[in-house]
Design a protein around this ligand. Structure first.
Ligand code: SAH
Ligand code: DHB
Ligand code: MG
Length: 222
């Protein structure tokens, strides 16, 4: 089993199951042209976000880590009329590229990009007492995943879905002695999930065009 095969199978799946709207590809091209790193979710992973948003009937979604807005487009693709996405991004250049990609997809009125470090913009958002978010996609710096998860619990409600990307990192997460702050952030997050009675959670390993990684899913139960 190899990366080439995983990539070919991802293409097979994407060719059949991902919508063909041009704005998805255009967003990736614009992001690459602007020099953004190519670390967006894969198309079939993006479609998974769409499926999960539909499953939860999400009308309000909070994303942490926008990059060029590619995952935002998938969340937006599943958003009902009048739905709203808030997406948090630290890098103003990433936010600018995302803004154009989101506008091209016709989502400018549904998506609000807040620029700044999420640990600074989240308390500001919470201070506005927003209606509960139905779904969260946590995909920014991995060292702060535990803090982002705590914010999701504050900003969600019973039934909210919390999706976290990159929780396997090529298997690096089982190294307790790792000096990598990202690995330690993910490990702290698993410990938090294990001890958190308010969620029912699991994590699933994935292979594909983005290599070997995984997603955590947590549903708020109380
Ligand atoms: N969700 C995107 C990929 C996000 S990549 C997609 O799948 O298309 C991670 C992003 O998080 C980067 O754009 C990075 O600038 C941003 N980021 C990193 N640290 C952050 C922080 N502290 N607060 C907010 N965003 C941050
Ligand atoms: C990387 C991948 C991601 O999906 C992400 O959100 C951040 C970084 C990476 O491969 O480095
Ligand atoms: Mg990611």
């Amino acid at each position: 089993m190899s990366q080439d095969l995983w990539t070919d199978v991802d293409r097979y799946i994407t060719d059949r199951l991902a919508p063909r709207d041009d704005f998805f590809e255009e967003a990736l091209k614009a992001s690459a042209a602007a020099g953004l790193p190519s670390i967006s979710v894969a198309p079939n992973q993006g479609k998974m976000l769409s499926v999960l948003a539909t499953l939860t009937g999400a009308r309000r979604i909070l994303e942490i880590g926008t990059l060029g807005g590619y995952s935002t487009l998938w969340l937006g693709w599943a958003l009902p009329l009048g739905g709203h996405i808030v997406t948090l991004e630290a890098d103003p250049k990433h936010a600018e590229v995302a803004r154009a990609n989101i506008a091209r997809a016709g989502l400018a009125d549904s998506v609000e990009i807040r620029v700044g470090k999420a640990l600074e913009t989240l308390p500001k958002l919470a201070a506005e007492n927003p209606p509960a978010f139905d779904m969260f996609f946590i995909d920014a710096d991995k060292a702060s995943i535990p803090e982002y998860f705590q914010w999701a619990l504050k900003l969600g409600r019973k039934g909210s879905l919390i999706v976290v990307d990159n929780v396997v990192r090529g298997g690096k997460i089982i190294d307790a002695a790792s000096a990598d702050a990202n690995v330690q952030g993910v490990r702290r997050f698993y410990d938090m999930l294990a001890a958190e009675p308010r969620v029912s959670a699991t994590a699933i390993q994935t292979v594909g065009s983005k290599g070997y990684d995984g997603f955590a899913l947590a549903v708020v139960v109380g």
